[in-house]
Write a new protein. Structure first.
Ligand code: HSE
Length: 425
């Protein structure tokens, strides 16, 4: 077996570094984490992409609040007009809502700057018009962070399967309601679960947008736009949210052996495109039921690729910040490929230890001797053999060590199959 992980370079290759000036609107759960991520990754971004992102201005609600990432006071402003005049190559928007986000988008795009946003309401209402404006001004418009937090569904629709014919998209697109529903399944009250979702930075500033399905509706409109070309401002999904009685809903679902999930769907039909957001009673063993906490799950069905499932953290500052940063880096030209000589990546052995299930033609005493010879303890010799072979479960050990054991068995003239074991002990 030749299993290897990629080692990270220990020294950054020499390259010239270009400064990109970034003005950031919003320094809350998402904006604050975007700053933290930029700071944490600045050296690797400079080394890998030849870019240094310099934050030139941050628009905040109040300049007096304490901040997780300290910023020089002269960078902060609570004045939108002053923010619009910021020296910047790219504007990143994480304030949400339409005003002043739309003004900021217009000002950035009309002056040929990049505009990167996490704002689904803005993209759902004005995305198509902003895209036309961006085309006229050769400005970049990107919004990976607007749908499903850290899950790169926009890239999948725009790039990976852009050539395909999407038939339908169905997903859990709101982390807050999913968090509430799954917390209630383990006994939390609706009010407590909502309060926790807010404290964790999952919920919208106005959480009724999460609860009544408007947030999910905005996201499915954006996905339908990318998949089917339907103008998002004209597609109005049928919508029912969790209110008014989520406690009753979840209890009834549990009694029926299922679970409630808030599901957004869009489907291409003969006469157009349908879109619906509604709570659905799903089977307890379904992928939707297994999507827990603030995670999102998006199922895309297309004519050629077939079914794609994308899952991950759909809400929260860190994953959403990661999508913003990916867009920021994509909005700037890629440096030429590094040549192999300047890329000190080498393969190293997988250092992780696992338990291994080994099925061998060696009888149990010999199997024990082989393991003892490699100093690998046997956790178990399975009492009910499934065939005539001896089945043993090793103690946790690395691939290299189990390889040595398998070689020893083979050299002694016995056959052996093996499986990495991830069963709980
Ligand atoms: N409030 C949103 C959610 C944030 O809970 O999914 C991410 O868009």
């Amino acid at each position: 077996m030749n299993h290897a992980l990629l080692a990270l370079p220990t020294t950054a290759p020499e390259r010239s570094v270009r400064t990109i000036r970034v003005a950031l609107a919003g320094c809350g759960a998402v904006g604050g984490q975007f700053l933290a991520l930029l700071r944490a990754q600045s050296a690797s971004i400079a080394a890998a992409r030849g870019i240094r992102a310099e934050i030139t201005r941050v628009l905040v609600r109040s300049t007096d609040l304490p901040r997780a990432v300290p910023l020089p006071p002269h960078i902060l402003t609570a004045d939108v007009e002053s923010f619009l005049r910021s020296p910047a190559d790219v504007v990143v928007e994480a304030i949400g809502g339409i005003d002043p986000a739309l003004r900021i988008a217009h000002a950035a795009i009309a002056t040929g700057r990049g505009f990167i946003t996490a704002n689904k309401a803005l993209v759902a209402e004005h995305g198509a018009a902003l895209e036309q404006l961006a085309a006229r001004h050769a400005a970049g418009l990107r919004f990976e962070a607007a749908v499903a937090g850290g899950v790169p569904v926009i890239r999948v629709l725009r790039d990976a399967i852009a050539h395909d014919e999407v038939r339908s998209i169905a997903g859990i697109l709101n982390g807050t309601t999913n968090y509430i529903l799954t917390r209630m399944e383990t006994g939390a009250s609706f009010a407590a679960a909502l309060a926790d979702a807010q404290a964790n930075g999952f919920a919208e500033a106005d959480p009724s947008r999460d609860l009544d399905g408007r947030d999910s509706a905005d996201k499915i409109r954006i996905l339908a736009w990318l998949a089917f070309g339907t103008s998002p401002s004209t597609l109005l999904p049928e919508r029912r949210g969790l209110l008014p009685a989520p406690d009753a809903l979840t209890s009834a679902a549990a009694a029926a052996g299922g679970a409630v999930r808030l599901i957004a769907e869009t489907t291409r039909l003969d006469g157009g495109v349908s879109a619906v957001v509604e709570p659905v009673l799903v089977s307890g063993s379904s992928e939707f039921a297994r999507t827990a906490a603030q995670d999102n799950l998006i199922l895309v069905d297309s004519a050629w690729t077939g079914r794609l499932a994308l899952a991950g953290a759909g809400a929260g500052g860190r994953p959403t910040a990661s999508s913003l940063l990916a867009d920021l880096l994509d909005a700037t030209p890629r440096p030429p490929r590094r040549d192999a000589a300047s890329t000190p990546l080498r393969g190293v052995a997988d250092p992780r230890a696992f338990r291994w299930l080994i099925a061998t033609t060696a009888p149990p005493p010999q199997a024990r001797d082989f393991s003892a010879g490699e100093r690998i303890g046997m956790e178990d010799v399975l009492p009910h053999a499934f065939d005539r072979r001896t089945h043993v479960l090793t103690e946790p050990c690395t691939r290299a060590r189990v390889d040595a054991l398998l070689r020893r068995i083979h050299h002694a003239g016995f056959a052996a199959d093996w499986l990495r074991c991830e069963l709980k002990q």
